[in-house]
Design a protein around this ligand. Structure first.
Ligand code: ADP
Ligand code: AMP
Length: 216
């Protein structure tokens, strides 16, 4: 299974990606996670990306295309992958198309998660993750079963993203509508786009996503 999850920041791409990973045993390729790791490790890419990410703008296509191309060459992507947060511009979509054909990999489907803007603000401002395994949580909508303890790994250290604040979210949303939303038309025209209502319960949304995955 080779798919792209498309949607604005906070739509639930990472949340659904983790459920797909559990069911289909394919890796989640989140460019946001890869860039945050590069920033944390102080690599050259990280140094170039940090200020751009903190401001909520998009990192350059060249940088992001290169990290995705390198990641796709790893063995665990042979049987499939979930692209989460990439592509985000038409140039990235074209670059992806070229790199997939050069690597002899195809794309099965593109799933769009449709979520109201007000809900995005609520979701992003309450988001936190386990500092150890990366499991995602929300102050209201997805609390750990036992308070302060990660459901997945049992650790008790959580973190919040620096860019998950109302002001930066506005810039990120503008980047989404300006740069990323044209990809909906791009993939629709290719016959690859499937849209899912992302406003319901996480498990109901997963069932709708999974119905699509079972049909491709
Ligand atoms: P994205 O990867 O698209 O930026 P996330 O998957 O990180 O979004 O989700 C953003 C926040 O919203 C997280 O805190 C997550 O727990 C929460 N969330 C995800 N899906 C839903 C949903 N269907 N209903 C309510 N909250 C959700
Ligand atoms: P995300 O974790 O997907 O919300 O991404 C966090 C930030 O990383 C974004 O606001 C961008 O600054 C940067 N980023 C992630 N993916 C991309 C991408 N495909 N193209 C450009 N910038 C990206």
């Amino acid at each position: 299974m080779k798919l792209i999850l498309l949607g604005p920041p906070g739509a639930g791409k990472g949340t659904q990606a983790k459920l797909i990973v559990d069911k289909y045993s394919i890796p989640q390729l989140s460019t946001g996670d890869m860039l945050r790791e590069a920033v944390a490790n102080g690599t050259e890419v990280g140094k170039k990306a940090k200020a751009v990410m903190d401001a909520g703008n998009l990192v350059s296509d060249d940088i992001v295309n290169a990290i995705v191309s390198e990641r796709l060459d790893q063995d665990d992507c042979k049987n499939g992958f979930i692209l989460d947060g990439f592509p985000r511009t038409l140039e990235q979509a074209e670059a992806l198309s070229v790199m997939l054909s050069e690597k002899g990999l195809g794309l099965d489907t593109v799933v769009e998660l449709k979520v109201d803007d007000e809900a995005l603000v609520e979701r992003v401002s309450g988001r936190y993750t386990c500092g150890s395994c990366g499991e995602g949580y929300h102050d209201t909508f997805k609390k750990p079963a036992s308070e302060g303890v990660c459901d997945r790994c049992g650790k008790s250290e959580f973190k919040r993203r620096q860019d998950d604040n109302a002001e930066t979210l506005r810039t990120r949303l503008m980047a989404y509508y300006k740069e990323t939303s044209p990809l909906l038309g791009y993939y629709f025209a290719k016959g690859d786009l499937k849209s899912v209502d992302g406003m319901g319960d996480i498990s109901d949304i997963f069932n709708a996503v999974d119905d699509i995955l079972k049909s491709v």
